[in-house]
Structure formats: C-alpha cells, structure tokens
Design a protein around this ligand. Structure first.
Ligand SMILES: *Cc1c(COP(=O)(O)O)cnc(C)c1O
Length: 411
C-alpha cells in the first residue's frame, strides 16, 4: 500500500552521508563552498517535483493544481514549478512579472489581493490574466481600465465566505475581512459584471492557511463548492472557474502530523459528481503555496561563536530573524516554538547539548532555536533550519540591521 502521507520528518526528507546532510545530491559542506558564503537558502528541485507528483497521485485528475507564488517567488523556483502545475496565482505586479516570464499561459495566471494599483490592473488586463476582484470598487476600476485599453478584462469574484475554515493557522475568510466580497453582496456584483460586459470566469474562495486538520479541510471544500453552486445562479454566464483555495499545512513542530492527502483526495472525489452536474463548465482549482515548497527548502547559517552565559550555551550565527522571521517565531505564531534545527555537518553526533541558536541582531527576538538539543557545534559549523522553503526569505525584514541578504539557490 502506498503511503498516503509525504515523508516529512527532518531527518528523512534529506539524506545524511558521513553525518552530513545532503541536498540536491550534494553534501551541505560542498554546497556551502559552492554558494561561497553563508547564510543561504537552498531549495531541492527533486523534492518539489516529487511533491507535485504526490498531490497528483492523491487528488482527482479533474482538480487543477495552481502554485500560489507568494510562498516562494524565487524566479528559478517559479520556473521549475510552472512546468509541473496547471496555473500560477500571483498577488502583486512584481509576482505577475515573474509568472509572465514562465511558459505558463497568461489565461492560467490569476491575480488576487486587496489594493491592486491601476498600473498593476492595466498590466494584468493587457496580459490576459484573470483578475480575482476583491471589492466592488475594484470591479468598477477594472471595467473603466478595460474600456480605456480597448481590452475586455477577464475577472473572477473573490468571495469572503459566510463560514470560517476551522483550525487554520491564519484565517483569511469568514466574518469581516479585508479579503474578497462578502458572500451576501456577490449576487448584486454578478449582475453588475454582466452590465459592465466583463469576461466572467468564476469564483475564488480562499479561507485560510496552514491547516493540518483533514476534517476541517474536507468541510471547507464541501462548503466552498456549495457556496460556488449557490452563487452561480446569479452569474452573467457559465461558471468556468471555481478556485476553492489552498492552505494545506505542513508539520513544523513536535506533535504536528503531515496531512493525510488520500483522505483529502477521496473527499474531493466524492464531491466531483455534484460539481460536474451543477457547474458543468467549471474547472476546479486548488491553489497551494506552502504545501508545494515549504519542506523542500532549508536555511543555512554558520556558527560564528560559542558563547556561555550563566550556564546556558548560545551559538551565535551569521543568520537570524532578518532572513527567517518565521523560524524566529514572529510570523503568525502565538506561542514561540522551535522549527526543526540541526547542525547540518554533524547531524548525529554523540556529543550532544542543549543550546540556543541566535543571530547577529541586537534584539532578543533574534532566536532561531530556543534551548534545543543538538550535536555539539563549534565556530564554522553549519546550522540548518528545515521546513524553510515557504514564507522564508521574502517574508523576512531583510533590511533590519543592514546586514547583507541571504543567497538563494535551487539545487
Ligand atoms: C497566500 C495565499 C495562498 C497560499 O496559501 P498557502 O497557505 O501557502 O497554501 C493561496 N491563495 C491566496 C489567495 C493567498 O493569498
């Protein structure tokens, strides 16, 4: 029987040879020499490929897979993923340019997010990207920009659902939100879309991020489908797109368990007949960021100094929260927990100790590991933070304290 959960534990997804972590077929020491300086992020191409294959294996073939690139917009990563997924979702003009540089057809790129500028909207209309509209005002602006450009904009309505995604790490739908249009206002908006002559594609409904609870995801998929079906009655044309969001979580902390993807897939399979009957022309889309890339990435920094203070050992490194805010516990965590961290060139040493890994910033928040057990490290050793492929580099305040930014490599 095939395993329905991906390999995830930090010691499993990257092989270890001679006690040194391997990534992309290279030993970490060799990779560090090749990169030339620390700190750096490394993303494993093969693991990204395998993750997409794993999803394809468990999700119905009718479900289209999009990459929500804000999780990791490194152009090489986006290029690689563009050959594996069925579409790309962007959230800014900058991300749109990176997506348009890939071979992905513009009609399979969508653009979501509140506060889109006229310049961003105009570029998207000209490119033929699907605009996920976040408000009625945005709809009016899109219509007049389309008239001005002489191009009929492709649009979808981002709906703020009348339910919340349970157990989600970060809620992005339900209740009052800055995202999307409240479900109860969508019928009137659909009527207006028809009058404005916009090219209506369908609906985008995204309820939250970092969800590890299968039952909550299943419930959200079902409610999202029902909401799409009930709104379709008011649509100015056939619904050709139903984007039911992303938000699949990955395990970061002790006790977290990887998502049972077979169970997620079986539930979608169960919902498909209804989707096909009620929305026969709609392609069903799932947009994933974190799940596609988080576990394929590591952050690597070097120990500069071992320091003792009143009985505690601190490994002072050249990396820190300015490069990896999430690992420091300051990106959405309520209670700080340690990411999985090891000494990458001495993974399994017998000589182990409890240490705190800190960075060079003058703030006590600059903490990559708080009193964790790992092999005894010396100056020059390489510290690895796992699960760092998503919301790492670009979700960090790199300008804080004016240190150089980290390097990124795809191996
Ligand atoms: C951030 C975002 C995603 C991706 O979320 P993940 O939790 O990384 O899968 C998908 N859709 C929208 C609209 C987003 O803003």
């Amino acid at each position: 029987m095939s395993n329905t959960r991906p390999k995830h534990a930090s010691m499993i997804q990257f092989p270890i040879q001679d006690n040194c972590l391997q990534i992309g077929g290279l030993s970490l020491m060799r990779l560090a020499q090749r990169v030339g300086r620390t700190p750096f992020y490394a993303y494993d191409r093969q693991q990204i490929t395998e993750r997409v294959a794993f999803l394809r294996q468990h999700l119905p073939t009718e479900v289209h897979l999009h990459y929500a690139m804000k999780a990791n917009p490194m152009p090489a990563v986006v290029q690689h993923l563009s050959g594996l997924v069925d579409g790309i979702d962007v959230a800014s003009g900058g991300e749109m340019r990176i997506a348009l540089d890939t071979p992905m057809p513009a009609g399979l790129v969508s653009f979501a997010g509140p506060g889109k500028g006229d310049d961003e909207l105009s570029c998207a209309i000209a490119a033929g990207i699907v605009l996920n509209m976040e408000s009625e005002q945005e709809m009016e602006r899109i219509a007049s920009l389309g008239t001005h450009l002489g191009i009929r904009p492709k649009v979808a309505v981002r709906v703020n659902p009348d339910f919340e995604l349970k157990s989600s790490g970060m809620k992005m739908g339900g209740g009052p939100k800055q995202f999307g249009v409240d479900a109860e206002r969508v019928p009137a908006m659909l009527n207006r879309i028809g009058k404005l002559g916009l090219d209506f594609e369908g609906f985008h409904i995204f309820s939250g991020s970092q969800n590890l609870k299968v039952a909550a995801i299943q419930e959200s998929h079902e409610k999202t489908l029902r909401l799409g079906i009930s709104l379709a009655r008011y649509a100015p044309g056939a619904v050709r797109l139903l984007n039911i969001g992303g938000g699949f979580g990955v395990p970061y902390f002790p006790g977290d368990e990887a998502l049972d993807m077979a169970a997620v897939g079986q539930n979608l399979q169960r919902l498909l007949p209804e989707a096909k009957r009620e929305l026969p022309e709609a392609r069903l889309v799932i947009e994933l960021g974190r799940y596609l890339i988080a576990e394929a990435g590591i952050y690597v920094c070097r120990v500069l100094e071992r320091k003792k203070s009143r009985g505690q050992v601190f490994l002072v490194t050249d990396g820190g929260l300015h490069h990896h805010l999430a690992a420091s516990g300051n990106f959405g965590q309520v209670i700080r927990k340690n990411y999985p961290v090891v000494v990458g060139n001495k993974v399994h040493g017998n000589d182990r100790e409890i240490v705190s890994v800190v960075g060079p910033l003058c703030t006590p928040l600059d903490l990559l590991a708080d009193q964790m057990e790992m092999s005894k490290a010396e100056a020059g050793d390489l510290i690895v933070v796992f699960q760092s492929g998503a919301y790492g580099f670009t979700a960090s305040p790199t300008a804080f304290l004016s240190h150089p930014p980290p390097i990124e490599v795809l191996v």
